[in-house]
Design a protein around this ligand. Structure first.
Ligand code: BTN
Length: 261
C-alpha cells in the first residue's frame, strides 16, 4: 500500500489497493463536499479514464493518482495546473532515475521530456499521462482533479504514441517510492503556480523541458488537422503553431504528432 494517511504540506491521502478510477473517486468525494487538498492513489486501476475518451487501465504495480483541490479559479486557469503536474512528475522521475542509475553504477540518466499538453515522455516514448477534470461545486467553487497515471511496471500496447514503463527502461523503482517523490515535487510546483498567478514561471519551466519546440508538428483536433511548426505555448497554455503561410494558430486541445512532413 501507499503508506501513511498524509503526504507533505497538509495534503490528505486516500490510498487504495485497487479502484476503478482515482479521478472518478476524487470527483464523487468533491460532490459530497470534500474540499481537499487530497491525494487519491492506487497501484491498480481497473476502469481509469484517459484523454479523448480513452481508457487508462493500470495493471498492479503501476501508479494511478489524482489530486483534488477545490479552488476559486476559472476552468481556464485551472487547466494550466496540468503543466505544473507534468513538471512535478518529470522532476520526481529525474530524481529517482538518477538515484537508480547511481545504484546501477555509471549508466547515463534517462532523458525525460514534456509533451503538450500533459504527457511525460521517457526516451521519446510515453511514460505517463495526465487528465485534468473540473466541476463546479457548492459555494461557487471549482473542484479540480488532476489525475496522473505512470507506467511503472507495464505499458499498454497499440497506443497512438508508443508507450514505455520505468521497468522496461531499467529503472527499478516501485510505485510507493515514485508516489512519495511526486507528492513532494507537487508541493514545490503547486507553490510556484500559486492559484494561476505563477503560470508565467511554470510556463517558462515547462518550455525548458518541452519536447519538439521548433519542430514540425501535426495536430489532430476532432476532424481537422493543423500542420506547421511548434512555436511555443502562450500564457493560457495553448499550443502555438506557425503554419507554412505564416499564420500563428493557437490550439486549445488535440493530439500532437511530431516529425511529420
Ligand atoms: C492520458 O490520456 O494520457 C491521460 C491519462 C490519465 C490517467 C490517470 S491515472 C489516475 C487518474 N485516474 C483516471 O481515471 N485517470 C487518471
Amino acid at each position: 500500500t501507499l503508506g501513511p494517511k498524509a503526504t507533505s504540506a497538509g495534503y490528505k491521502l486516500a490510498a487504495f489497493d485497487q479502484i476503478g478510477s482515482t479521478n472518478a473517486e476524487a470527483m464523487v468525494r468533491a460532490r459530497d463536499g470534500e474540499s481537499g487538498p487530497t491525494w487519491f492513489a492506487t497501484t491498480e486501476q481497473t476502469a481509469g479514464r484517459g484523454r479523448r475518451q480513452r481508457a487508462w487501465v493500470a495493471p498492479r504495480g503501476n501508479l494511478a493518482s489524482s489530486i483534488l483541490e477545490v479552488m476559486d479559479v476559472s476552468p481556464a486557469v485551472a487547466a494550466t495546473l496540468g503543466f505544473a503536474a507534468g513538471l512535478s512528475l518529470e522532476s520526481a522521475l529525474q530524481k529517482l532515475s538518477i538515484e537508480a542509475n547511481m545504484r546501477r553504477a555509471g549508466t547515463e540518466p534517462l532523458q525525460f521530456a514534456l509533451k503538450w499538453p500533459n504527457d511525460v515522455l521517457a526516451e521519446r516514448q510515453k511514460l505517463a499521462g495526465i487528465l485534468l477534470e473540473a466541476e463546479a461545486v457548492a459555494g461557487n467553487r471549482l473542484a479540480v482533479v488532476v489525475g496522473i497515471g505512470t507506467n511503472v511496471v507495464a505499458a499498454p500496447e497499440g497506443t497512438p504514441t508508443p508507450a514505455t514503463s520505468l521497468a522496461a527502461l531499467g529503472v527499478q523503482v516501485g510505485a510507493e517510492e515514485l508516489f512519495k517523490a511526486l507528492a513532494e515535487a507537487w508541493v514545490e510546483f503547486r507553490g510556484i503556480w500559486d492559484n494561476g498567478r505563477g503560470f508565467g514561471e511554470i510556463r517558462k519551466l515547462w518550455l525548458e523541458r518541452a519536447f519538439g519546440v521548433g519542430e514540425r508538428v501535426a495536430i489532430q483536433t476532432g476532424t481537422t488537422k493543423v500542420e506547421g511548426t511548434f512555436d511555443t505555448i502562450d500564457d493560457t497554455g495553448c499550443l502555438i503553431v506557425r503554419t507554412a503561410d505564416g499564420r500563428r494558430m493557437p490550439i486549445t486541445a488535440g493530439e500532437v504528432y511530431f516529425g511529420t512532413a
